[in-house]
Design a protein around this ligand. Structure first.
Ligand code: SIN
Length: 265
């Protein structure tokens, strides 16, 4: 959904509460024309929202370590976030959400897509809902960030001291949104490895049925970025994917990740 007539740099009190509630329910909100949303305003807004999770994988801006740079240089082929995922599902306490600001855009392309995990769960056949009731799944990012992994070509995968990082967490396959109580599908094709108690091979057919349902065309929305665009999303409620269709051009976004809370069924 697009929210108009709000200046994020000044939003607080009841305006901020209304934005929060809209994002909890709809999953993602887009704000255009936020030309005064400087890095300082970005950080101040995130602090008014709640805690900031410093991302261990992303290069951070030197002056503003709260901000992770989601960058693709003109000479890079792989982008960050080019497959469907939800940020930080490999953490014991996954991030609540993210605030993404467009800083450098390619002449065309580079859109971002989101899918709603509440609608995805609701649309599952009852038999499939019963099949996944009570299941848990294991998530990690090690296969992506490790030496030679998907992000080997990007600036990511090592912590700020240059050490490699390992991750891993178990979460229910279906969680309840901590604020709205809505049931949400909480597995994703980037970070979910297996259903707990089953091998990856045995888990994949079931996971794939869930992934197919999650990305049904009527369950996704797409944002074409403009200078001054800001998107805020709820990581529990949504998956997202950054299109990689602008080879030869640079794209740079600034992301602040908001602290979440433990997830439960
Ligand atoms: C991300 O996965 O957080 C980045 C999304 C984007 O660059 O559009």
């Amino acid at each position: 959904m697009e929210i108009k007539d709000v200046k994020l740099a000044e939003a607080q009190g009841p305006v901020l509460d209304a934005i929060r509630q809209a994002i909890y329910e709809h999953g993602v909100a887009l704000f255009r024309g936020q030309d005064d949303f400087t890095p300082e305003a970005h950080i101040a807004f995130a602090r008014r929202w709640g805690g900031i999770d410093i991302n261990n994988y992303f290069p951070l801006t030197a002056d503003h370590p709260e901000i992770a740079v989601v960058r693709k240089r003109a000479d890079q082929v792989t982008n960050i976030g080019g497959g469907w995922h939800t940020d930080h599902s490999y953490d014991q306490v996954p991030a609540m959400g993210s605030i993404l600001v467009a800083r450098t855009l390619p002449p065309s392309g580079g859109d971002t897509l989101w899918a709603h995990m509440g609608a995805a769960y609701d649309a599952l056949p009852d038999t499939l809902k019963q099949e996944i009731e009570g299941l848990e799944a294991y998530h990690t990012a090690d296969h992506i960030y490790e030496e030679g992994g998907l992000y080997a070509q990007t600036d990511m995968g090592r912590d700020l001291r240059g050490q490699s990082i390992t991750t891993g967490a178990t979460h229910p396959v279906v969680i309840r949104h901590p604020q709205t109580g809505r049931k949400l599908l909480y597995v994703n094709s980037a970070f979910t490895i297996n259903i707990v108690g089953r091998s990856r091979e045995d888990s994949l057919p079931l996971l794939q049925r869930l992934y197919d349902a999650a990305t049904a065309a009527d369950n996704t929305c797409r944002v074409a970025w403009e200078p001054g665009s800001v998107a805020i999303w709820d990581n529990r409620t949504t998956w997202h994917l950054a299109m990689n269709d602008y080879q030869g051009h640079a794209r740079e976004m600034h992301r602040i990740t908001l602290t979440g809370e433990p997830l439960a069924a």
